[in-house]
Design a protein around this ligand. Structure first.
Ligand code: NAP
Length: 352
């Protein structure tokens, strides 16, 4: 099975899925366990899989509607996420730019409600289609049906993503025409500021971003354009995160823990500089990468796996590691963070 962490593991059976009809034909078959694979960018293989692997390859992306307020864009579950983001921007439909360069497929994006730099995909999702693998029927889930939460959705809440009970085939996004740049994250704002300063030294005719691809949409006042934001996100991510093609990894390995206000307060007294992000419910989000770094794991290996030297939240496979080594490292990191901060880190990827 191909995954970005490149751990060994084979599936007993494999089917490449190009249409929802193919999926519907496989419905109701209880003989084999099922697992749906997109790009394998959020998956830890712990061994072989004695079941049927459904490799999602449903393609297609199109504008299916437009009103005064928004563009509606539909894409197949097997489309590459980052390519979809770039394509929407090239069409002049901004709104997904903060989510540039996230690995994975369109169909996987809503499952864990992918998020980056202050935007979650759930905020742009209008509806999705899925096949019920018991009945073969097509289900249509509106935004509210998806029960989006922080890196969470109904697919995870109900465990549908683990046994392929409901398989996402197409996703429709709503991209509002009243576009506003989302620049609340300091890394992104700093990157754009740096770019603006260097552009100010260029002649106006040579500035590449004054009208991205000739599309004026995506500009708010004199602030950054959607293209500039996407480019800045790509630069920041490329600097901080390892490319799975050269250093296998599954992105962020742990969720950012959300704790009670009083624990966060106590921790901040004991550990000055602790990043704290208040949540709407009064709890406080902590940065898992910071906790891991302060527990001594940034750039540290255990056997053939380690926590990445430029971003401690990313677990990397330094060569020919197996799932057991990944689990051993994850447990060692969890134990040290627990001992030092009394905070429990939960893994973000799916374990198969
Ligand atoms: P960072 O800037 O080092 O910040 C560490 C954490 O603090 C982030 O995870 C982020 O939480 C939180 N944070 C930072 N600024 C914040 C703000 N203004 N308001 C609320 N929370 C804030 O993070 P990073 O590791 O370089 O990642 C940057 C962004 O890319 C983050 O949004 C991160 O989630 C995303 N990312 C996602 C993956 C993935 O595999 N899912 C991998 C790498 C990066 P949040 O994570 O809640 O945003």
């Amino acid at each position: 099975m191909r995954t970005t962490l490149r751990l060994p593991g084979r599936a007993a059976l494999h089917a490449e899925i190009h249409t929802s009809t193919q999926l519907a034909m496989l419905a109701g078959n209880h003989r084999w366990r099922r697992f749906v694979l997109g790009a394998g960018s959020n998956l830890v293989l712990t061994g072989d899989f004695d079941g049927l692997l459904l490799q999602m390859a449903i393609r297609g992306r199109e504008l299916i509607g437009e009103d005064d307020d928004a563009w509606y864009v539909r894409a197949g579950a097997g489309e590459n996420w980052h390519q979809l983001v770039l394509w929407t921007l090239a069409q002049g439909w901004p709104g997904l730019e903060n989510l540039a360069l996230i690995p994975g497929t369109v169909g996987a994006a809503p499952i864990q409600n992918i998020g980056a730099y202050g935007l979650e995909v759930g905020e742009r999702l209008h509806a999705l289609e899925a096949i019920d693998m018991q009945t073969g029927r097509t289900l249509r889930l509106a935004h509210a049906d998806c029960r989006f939460a922080y890196r969470d959705s109904v697919f995870k809440q109900e465990g549908w993503h683990l046994d392929g009970q409901r398989v996402i085939t197409r996703v429709t996004f709503r991209l509002p025409k009243a576009w506003q740049p989302l620049l609340g994250y300091s890394d992104l704002a700093t990157e754009l500021e740096g770019q603006r300063s260097s552009d100010a030294n260029d002649s106006p005719n040579t500035r590449p971003d004054s009208h991205p691809n000739g599309h004026p949409q995506g500009q708010a006042d004199s602030q950054a354009t959607a293209w500039q934001i996407a480019e800045a996100v790509i630069r920041v991510r490329s600097r901080k995160l390892p490319d799975p093609a050269t250093l296998p990894n599954a992105g962020s390995f742990f969720h950012n823990p959300v704790v009670g206000a009083s624990l966060a307060e106590q921790l901040a007294i004991a550990h000055p500089g602790l990043p704290r992000y208040p949540q709407p419910d009064g709890r406080i989000k902590l940065a898992a990468g910071w906790l891991i770094e302060r527990s001594g794991w940034k750039g540290r290996d255990l056997g053939r796996v380690g926590m990445y030297e430029k971003q401690a939240l990313v677990l990397v496979n330094r060569g020919a590691a197996c799932g057991a080594e990944v689990m051993a490292l994850a447990q060692a990191v969890q134990a040290d963070v627990r001992e030092r901060f009394a905070v429990e880190l939960l893994p973000e990827p799916v374990f198969l």
